[in-house]
Design a protein around this ligand. Sequence first.
Ligand code: LMR
Length: 352
Amino acid sequence: MRGLATIITFLFVGILTAFYIGFGLPDSSRIVAVDEELVGLNEKYTLKFSHVVAKNTPKGHAAAYFAELVKEKTDGWVEIQLFPNGVLYDAQEEFEALKKGDVHIIAPAFSEVTIHDRKWTALDLPYLFDNEIMVEQAFEGRIGELLLESFAKKGFMGIAFWDNGFKQLTNNVKPIIYPEDITGLSFRVMPSEALFKTYRILGARAVTYPFNDVYNVLRDGIVDGQENTLSNIYSKGFYQQQRYMTISNHNYLGYVVLVEPEFWSTLPERHQSSIQEAMDEVTMWLRKHAMELNNDMLQRISSTGITEIHEQSEEEKDQWRKVLKPLYDEYETIIGKELMDELKRLQIDKEL
Ligand code: LMR
């Protein structure tokens, strides 16, 4: 009996072995999807998202929320890897890295874009926007369209405009109230020609340094001041090196979220729409929360007592506008008539 059982077991194992050797083990790598819709969906995508600011800023929060939403909407098939604080690249290096495919998403400030497309200088004109409603109208309307169309010609695809907030002036020398107060001082700005010219008209000097160097150049007294949003001023500790701040709201700091079109076209359509859907949700969320975040940072800076804060009045603003007006005429040819007319229309509409 025992001998018979051994023979049966032996035969059974033998048949099984022959079956597997003959036909091969089931191998998932050999499963080929024939359904067009499924092509690419059994592949996981990892997209690197580089930005230069801290996590506790509007862009930092938005990027983290976006990564979470993309994961949720693609059931984990697309992962967004975040690289904040300029750990990989500074703002200008990011454009090159995006072109080369070393990163897949970037969200540079408009002023950084001007280096690659001078039309974007439009958004650096001083006192262009009075409030967030005007900013939203610009992003959502023809102004936004014209800017994205123009940048598409340079090989960059914009998938959203992200908010941060209005820029404020800080310095370590004296309170800045009237335009003449700024004369003779030096400021770190982003690398935009319109920003350099703004300071030149005012008799001040503007120099550019990457964002990650700003704290050091302020600390070492290489420049007297800088301009930035409250969230950047707080999160990077600039206020610790600056005795005076003017709430001037003289420029808007916003971002354009960019992808490289060829890389984008390699993503399965279903992933593209999930990513765009996540992006749209985050953009709406940011529109509601960016201002709150900046206001919160103002409270924090103010409560330290390190920086004396002056809020520009409407009457003071008018004086600055008057001095800076020639910039608008100078830039009309650079940014083009259509865009300038749209900007002027936005200004006129606000009066109505
Ligand atoms: C800068 O001053 O360079 C920053 O405003 C950059 C950023 O992305 O906010």
